[in-house]
Write a protein of this length. Sequence first.
Lengths: 317, 141
Amino acid sequence: MTAQPNLQAIRSAGEAHEAVVTSVDLRREIEAVEIEQVLAQLDRELIGLLPVKTRIREIASLLLVERIRRKMALATTFPTLHMSFTGNPGTGKTTVALRMASILHRLGFVRRGHLINVTRDDLVGQYIGHTAPKTKEILKKAMGGVLFIDEAYYLYRPENERDYGQEAIEILLQVMESQREDLVVILAGYGDRMEKFFQSNPGFRSRIAHHIDFPDYGETELLAIAELMLVEQNYRFSPEAREAFVRYIALRKAQPLFSNARSIRNALDRIRLRQASRLVADIDRVLTSEDLTLIEAGDVLASRVFSGGSDAPIKQT
Amino acid sequence: MRITQGCFSFLPDLTDDQIKSQVQYCLDKGWAVSIEFTDDPHPRNTYWEMWGLPMFDLRDAAGIMKELADCRRVYGDRYIRICGFDSSHGWESVRISFIVNRPAHEAGFRLDRQESVGRNIRYATRSYANDRPEGERYQSR
C-alpha cells in the first residue's frame, strides 16, 4: 500500500541507494518476521500470566519499531535487551525465556536464538583461577543467543568475602556492556531475593532494561494448567476426579514449598503412578484405551494432602 | 617470504569479517574450532601451541573472534591459525585450518645441502627466524 508511493518518491528524488528506506509497510514487516505466531503460541500455551504477556507484547513492539528504525538508519545504538524475570518457583520463567529467545531471534536481535540455561555452579569455579575460564566458556556458548541465569542471586554471597561469585559477576557485567549485540542475558529468581541482589550489585540493575514480574497462579489457572498437561499426555480427569483435584489444589496451595505449575506437574506424576498401580492390581481384566486415559477420583484422593499430610517434593505419597 | 600453509594462504590476508564467516561456516558444520599459534612455522611443525582448549558446543562465531582478539593481543607478532575439528565418526580429524595472523616481517627459509656418501645430497629447510631464541623470533629488531 505505502510501498508504491514510496518507490515513486525514491525515483523522483533520483536516489540510487536502496539501503536507507524512507517508509515501511508495518503489516508486511510484522508478517515478514512471523512474530505474531510466536506471540499467539505464547498466549495459547501459557495459561494466565497476563501481565507477563502484556509486557512481552510491549517489548516485541518496541523491538519491531527499533528494527524499522534501524532500516531507516534512525537508530544509532544497539538497544539494551538484558532482562530480569522475578517470580516464585514454577511460574513459567524458563518457558517464557525460551520464547523470548525465539522472539529476539525472529526480530534479528540475536543471531542464533538458542537458550543456554545456567546456575551458579556453571559460572563459578571451585578454586582461584577457575572462575574466569568457566564463566568465559559459558559466555562463548551463549554468544548469538540468550544466557538464562536461574537463581542469579546465588552468584553474590556477601557472607563470604573470598567467594568467587564476585569474579563471575564482574566478567558478566563487562560482557553485558561491551558485547550487547552478541548476547542477551536474562536473570531469574525469587522477587525479594533478586531485589536484594540488585541492591548490592547496582551495576546489574543499570544494565538491565526490562524487569518482568511473574505473578502466582490462581486456583482456576492451576486447574487449567493441570488439564493442559493431561491432554498433552493423553489423559483426562473423570468429573469426580476433577472435583477432587480442585480440592487438592486448594489444600496443596496452602502448604509450604508450593511451587505453582511444578507442584501441579509432580502431583499429576504421582496420580499417574496411582492410576497405573490401580490398573495393574486387577490382572484379569481387559483394558480399553478409555481405562488407560481416565483418571478416577480415587487416584487423586489417595494423596497424602487429603489426610492432612504434606505433599512437599521430598516425600513420596 | 610469505608462508603458505592451510586454506586461503595464497589469497590476500582475510579480513576479520571474512574470518568470522569462515568460522561461522565451521560452527554450522558442527566442528569444534580452536586457535593455535607458533613462532616456528616450519612446514613439518604440525603441532602449534594451543590458545586454550578447542571450543566445543559454540553456536556463534562472536565467541571465537573474542578469543582471537585476545590471542592477537598477546601473540600478535607470531603466526596464529584457526582449526576446525570434525569429531564425527569416520573423520575425527581437522577439516580446515587457516592462518589468521602473521608477523609483520616473515624471514623465510634457507635450504641447506649436505653432501653425504657417494654423490647423495641431503636437504634441510631452516627458518632464518629460528636462529633467535623462541619468543624473540619475530620481534621487530
